[in-house]
Design a protein around this ligand. Structure first.
Ligand SMILES: [Zn+2]
Length: 155
């Protein structure tokens, strides 16, 4: 196509309308960009909240309790000092650990306090479970000790 032919073609087009459409498309793109930028922050916040909720969820804690794949391996590893469940069962047999129904279970991070089941400290990296009884008092357990105590006394 020769230059003059192109010039003729362009002159037949409604250049005003084309320029107007291009301008509208540009401002629409800018508006969409602003919307996308506005959505990025809440999306990031939602992702953070979902992650936090997942970490805090009782299902995940129960998975840890039950020794599923999610469990902290060190907590369920047998100790050289002997089976902590033996200590717990001995206490139950001797009547030194209550076996009445617990009303609530409070789950928190370990604070280095002694487990009422095995008499070992509940490390800060581990989960601490407190069984609360009708009289308001509580017993503190490692998750593994709570599982053993619960199985022996609450079923
Ligand atoms: Zn324990």
């Amino acid at each position: 196509m020769s230059n003059s032919a192109v010039a003729n073609l362009v002159s037949t087009l409604d250049t005003t309308r084309i320029l107007d459409q291009a301008s509208r498309a540009r401002s629409r793109a800018v508006a969409l960009g602003q919307i996308a930028a506005g959505l990025a922050t809440p999306a990031r916040r939602t992702r953070t909240a979902v992650t936090r909720a997942r970490l805090d969820s009782s299902t995940r804690r129960l998975l840890r309790l039950r020794g599923a794949s999610d469990a902290r391996p060190s907590e369920d590893r047998p100790r050289p000092g002997g089976d902590p469940h033996l200590v717990l069962r001995g206490k139950l047999r001797a009547g030194n650990l209550r076996r009445d129904a617990c009303r609530h279970v409070i789950i928190s991070r370990g604070r280095g306090l002694t487990c009422d089941g095995c008499d070992e400290a509940i490390a800060t990296g581990h989960v601490e479970l407190r069984a609360r009884f009708g009289d308001g008092s509580t017993k503190r357990f490692h998750s593994r000790c709570f599982s053993a105590w619960y199985t022996e006394t609450q079923r």
